[in-house]
Design a protein around this ligand. Structure first.
Ligand SMILES: CCc1cc(O)ccc1-c1ccc2c(C(=O)Nc3ccc(C)nc3)n[nH]c2c1
Length: 294
């Protein structure tokens, strides 16, 4: 079923369940310790098990494993391997464990200590992770602060590749057949209206992530027009009409003037399209880029 490399295969008998980390696209994520010596010195890992055996989900899960195992980037959560249950009744995806959890939870806990420089550092790391994904012709399709994980106070990584698709060589976009649970608030207009996904729609989602970042992931700071995250079809139509009337998310109120780009808060995403390093614009704007910015 998968190309097996020795270090990729984990033995179920050494995978010790610790706790549930969360529930994502068609699977729950568990914190486990892979402890072959049985002395609690093994590594902590994040494990996703396929919950349902619907064929379509099995195929999606296999695609997720093929996708994540082909990605090697400092700003993307690292694949560690797979674990077959006895009798191969189920397969588990084993990933590196990031101890600080999602960006949303991190901001709730550490918001007072996160300055503009750190937000720009996180934005540039997400940007670089997405540039790498784009270079591999992948479209993430679910880029949102909830799918950004925090490895340390100075490092974030892109996670959850359950909806990721590869753009065919002869095409510029991927069109999905069924909408599924659509996080429309992060969707570009063409993704809402035509289920079309491309590098450009990922960049649109990146713009929404920037808004989340500079709102410190505080949902109460969203404009009244699109407060609810309800994924109802009527919400999708409402949002699409707003966007067609050229309404855009305003830069968050507490966004520092130095970062608030006059033309459009999406300028940072524009830099991505043109492969311009965020750090160069930050320096040009005399925004004191964090020392950590490469
Ligand atoms: C295995 C599922 C998956 C699939 C994929 O394609 C890409 C990434 C992941 C993934 C998802 C979640 C995590 C986590 C975490 O949730 N960590 C944490 C830490 C602390 C707290 C409070 N909550 C949470 N760590 N590594 C993770 C990798």
């Amino acid at each position: 079923m998968f190309k097996k490399q020795q270090q990729d295969v984990f033995e179920e008998r050494y995978l010790r369940f610790i706790s549930i980390l969360g529930k994502g696209n068609f699977g729950s994520v568990e914190l486990c310790r892979y402890d072959p010596w049985g002395d609690n010195t093994g590594d902590l890992v994040a494990v996703k098990e396929l919950q349902s055996n619907k064929q379509a989900t099995v195929t999606d899960f296999q695609r997720e494993i093929q996708t994540i195992s082909s990605l090697h980037c400092d700003y993307i959560v690292k694949y560690k391997g797979i674990c077959y249950s006895t009798g191969r009744l189920s397969t588990k995806l084993v990933m590196e464990y990031l101890p600080y959890g999602s960006l949303i939870g991190y901001m709730e806990k550490h918001r007072q200590n996160v300055c503009t420089r750190r937000l720009l550092l996180f934005a540039s790391q997400i940007c670089k992770g997405m540039e790498y994904l784009q270079s591999m012709r992948y479209v993430h399709r679910d880029l949102a602060a909830r799918n950004i994980l925090v490895a340390s106070d100075t490092l974030v990584k892109i996670a959850d590749f359950g909806l990721t698709k590869i753009i065919p060589v002869d095409k510029e976009y991927y069109r999905v057949t069924q909408p599924g649970e659509s996080p429309v608030f992060w969707y570009a207009p063409e993704s809402i209206s035509e289920l079309k996904f491309s590098h450009k729609s990922d960049i649109w989602s990146f713009g929404i992530v920037l808004h989340e970042l500079f709102s410190y992931c505080d949902i109460s700071r969203n404009p009244k027009r699109v407060r609810s995250y309800v994924q109802s079809p009527s919400m999708a139509i409402h949002l699409l009409n707003l966007l067609k009337d050229n309404w855009r998310l305003p830069a968050p109120s507490q966004c520092p003037p130095k970062v608030k780009i006059k033309t459009d808060f999406y300028l940072i995403a524009f830099l991505w399209i043109n492969q311009i390093e965020l750090s160069s614009i930050v320096q040009r704007k005399q925004v004191h880029a964090p020392r950590m910015l490469p």
